[in-house]
Design a binder for this molecule. Sequence first.
Ligand SMILES: Nc1nc2c(c(=O)[nH]1)N[C@H]1C(S)=C(S)[C@@H](COP(=O)(O)OP(=O)(O)OC[C@H]3O[C@@H](n4cnc5c(=O)[nH]c(N)nc54)[C@H](O)[C@@H]3O)O[C@H]1N2
Ligand SMILES: Nc1nc2c(c(=O)[nH]1)N[C@H]1C(S)=C(S)[C@@H](COP(=O)(O)OP(=O)(O)OC[C@H]3O[C@@H](n4cnc5c(=O)[nH]c(N)nc54)[C@H](O)[C@@H]3O)O[C@H]1N2
Ligand code: SF4
Ligand SMILES: [Mo]
Length: 920
Amino acid sequence: MDGTGPLLPGERRTTRSTCCYCGVGCGVLIHGERTAAGERITGVEGDPDHPANFGRLCSKGLALAESARSLEGRVLAPQLRGRRQEARRAVDWGLALDTVAERLAGIVERHGPDAVAFYISGQLLTEDYYVFNKLAKGLLGTNNIDTNSRLCMSSAVTGYKLAFGADGPPTCYDDLEHAKTVLFAGSNAAYAHPVLFRRLEDAKERDRDIRWIVVDPRRTDTAAMADLHLQIQPGTDVALFNGMLHHLVWEGLLDQAFIDAHTTGFGELKQLLREYTPRMSAEICGIPAEDLVTAAEWFGRSPAALSLYCMGLNQSAHGTDKNLALIQLHLATRQLGRPGAGPFSLTGQPNAMGGREVGGMATMLAAHREITDDTHRAEVEALWRLAPGSLSPRPGLAAVELFEALHSGKVKAVWIACTNPVHSMPDIGRVREALQRAEYVVVQEAFADTDTVPYADALLPATTWGEKDGTVTNSERRISRVRAAVAAPGQARPDWWIVREVARRIEARLAAPGAAPLFQADAPAAIFDEHRAMTVGRDLDIGGLDHARLDEHGPQQWPFPAGQVQGQPRRYGDGVFPTADGRARFHATAYRPVAEQTSARYPLRLITGRLRDQWHGMSRTGRVAGLFAHNPEPGLRMHPDDASRRGLRSGDLVRVSSKRGELVLPLEPSDEVASGTVFAAMHWSGQHLSSGGINEVSQPATDARSRQPELKHAAVRVEKVEFGWHLLAARRGNALPLHAAVQPLLKDCGYAALSLQAEPGAAIDVAWLVLRAASVEAMPADWLAALDHALGLAAGTDTLEYRDARRGLLKRVAWREADGENFIDGVLWTDVHPAGESLLRNAIAGDAWRRPRLAAFSVLAEVERDPLVCVCRQVTESAIRAEVRNGADVPALKQRLGCGTVCGSCVPQLNRLARETASA
Ligand SMILES: Nc1nc2c(c(=O)[nH]1)N[C@H]1C(S)=C(S)[C@@H](COP(=O)(O)OP(=O)(O)OC[C@H]3O[C@@H](n4cnc5c(=O)[nH]c(N)nc54)[C@H](O)[C@@H]3O)O[C@H]1N2
Ligand SMILES: Nc1nc2c(c(=O)[nH]1)N[C@H]1C(S)=C(S)[C@@H](COP(=O)(O)OP(=O)(O)OC[C@H]3O[C@@H](n4cnc5c(=O)[nH]c(N)nc54)[C@H](O)[C@@H]3O)O[C@H]1N2
Ligand code: SF4
Ligand SMILES: [Mo]
């Protein structure tokens, strides 16, 4: 296990590492081998010894090996562009590094350090992050280094800091098993933190008295399993939490002794709370007042109340207040600092925490220090051996401002690493303009097909999961090792190495004579040592940790000062907080409405979020056909009443518009949203869609303190679009090259979406690529020809074609011969009615295609819509419903059909189907 050095021919090796997706931070065992084609990852399983998951993985983690299987679509060599209009060309590393260093140093010399900005990522490893931060703040002297964590955890950081005096959750994963009341606030943990959700399910199974409250404007899979779902109006959480606290004050359910001895500011808050009667608060939230009171009672009287919160709180123009109002419920009742109790902010990305620790953001310095604090800057200057006064005292530009400054020309150059802002930032139209105007754009990526890559003047190939080495910190402050299982492909290099090489070149040019060299650490372990030295004496002290200790004793929680043998699972048990007077602070959190009100022109509230089996912009999960099964295509979910009032039916293409932009999506009537609210997933980008995705319309208003944008709410209008023609094409083959060939054609359509479908039993690299497209104008002949070419579907000997020129109809089926029979290999149908498409789509997923050609046609006509529920065991909804009608409950379903027994991600859905079908 964990051998190092290149694999020998035929050699196999298992490497312990960490999943690269969510903040649960599951341990994985990566199996690798050496073949004639080079080193490759052959399998992944959960690490039974990792304390985050004890061997479990969710559907995304289980698909990691498949996502890493092919080098198709990877960036394998540095690329540079001479002038904007020219194409980039591959160059060697020497030229790439020299050029990037020279361009950045030149801009700093001409315009000063604040003309350069870095936009990096909570998916970088701590060591990568550390070097980036040192380059920006230590060498260049700019604090313009921000990350996608600004879109994610920023309000959680300000909330913790304002309440407790320091960042970071006080809780740990064991609390999931000890909590008696669990309050999920703006967290769809069933999808976003599945392995933690499994632990919670198990705990609830063991102890039927455990109660779950879910606060979410949507009936998510998490909400469907709750004892109480508070389906509040978007953005009204502060009113809810204030109303709950009002009730607790009224009922005397506070810990007054704790408030008196360990906190300040409660008097002022109490004054404010007078207005927030349960009735008035419930009215703002749009829920029954009794439900609010029940929630307060369950919380206040619980022996241990744990809240789990995520983007529904953070991604708000009042995200800091939402966090504070929730934390204050815990402080006032002393629901923290003991097993099962506390405000637990679930981190999104695998290393959002590590980024906060190294201070890799525009508003902080290393190890939870403040940019504006003279002593803190002097400490960092001493640790980095910088001349006094080298660090800039001005906070840098946070994400939204950073791209604004690029737009206005104040910032000239941006270096983007491990994030895809042209997909994930609010109002991406504006972000595209900003990048267009920038003087110089560096993009450091592992995958070539993202919506940001086309803007790169320099594209630097990074290694990614399975190929890189370092550490990440998960939601419970636990630091785990990430290790390379296979060699770096092509010219790809680790992120820290790329940054360090550029930094050394800039240093040679810009540093004062005699200045101490800043970038001597030449391996992740040495960088980690530098990082831990910065933390000594701070609240997150990890002076006792290094790579060697992590290798020997496994993942550890911080704080972990020198001399310790174990980290600290819970913080603040003694009621002493890292503020000047040791007391926690209450803040008066008045409720304020969302930034953008609905109006006659934009009457609907759009909320956005995640799907179970996709990760962000899909650069990795979008490579795995099986991960599309749960949600094969994008959609806009709307309450069925709202849909019928507008004359809209399932599958109709609708235009979603806001003040900022528009996009077209298929309509998905769903009563998971309340009337007046619509929902869209964040994942689809220009790689799979004719538009850039839902952030075409989202809005960039930010929280004044955390500067986090309100990605969870925008006012929109939805109307039906009539298209002149519809097309559905499906092609069986090696899906990644097929996808790359078809993707450039998407943008020419009024609507187009690409997805993959696995074919049960087919070879690992065989899947179906499915294209749905529509356009207002007549279909241009050259577009169709290009599609034929991309799909290899032009009329030929193995193709059957039906054309009706007068009606503009074209139906074409291609087949292949195997075992003496003909099997369908591809189809292209124009003029498909939208509603007929899901039929065809499911036919492709089913076994129609494995039958001989003629039988396939008749089967096609019969297949009904029947989504796959369990992806691991390929179990369909109809099969599950049939078993439930025969009396099966969830354990019986697991036993009879095998569904829900591998990754468990579909268990919430099984619960729902069992309940629905049984009661029907
Ligand atoms: N499958 C999957 N898992 C992931 C990710 C992924 O891309 N895919 N990404 C990871 C990352 S980076 C993150 S940050 C996390 C996010 O994890 P979550 O925050 O749990 O996921 P989201 O779906 O973004 O949002 C959660 C819920 O907030 C609700 N919501 C919207 N507005 C409001 C509101 O005003 N109040 C309340 N109370 N709720 C509201 C939405 O309906 C949604 O169900 O997931 C992580 N895990
Ligand atoms: N509307 C809406 N928008 C949202 C959200 C929402 O809920 N709604 N959520 C927001 C949140 S919470 C988040 S965290 C962001 C996420 O948004 P992004 O950060 O844009 O998400 P990813 O697609 O994960 O981008 C990571 C990129 O890094 C690349 N990559 C992978 N591994 C490596 C590596 O090792 N090195 C380098 N250099 N590159 C690598 C991947 O190919 C990918 O393109 O989206 C935000 N945007
Ligand atoms: S819960 Fe799933 S995505 Fe998150 S770390 Fe574990 S395996 Fe990875
Ligand atoms: Mo996130």
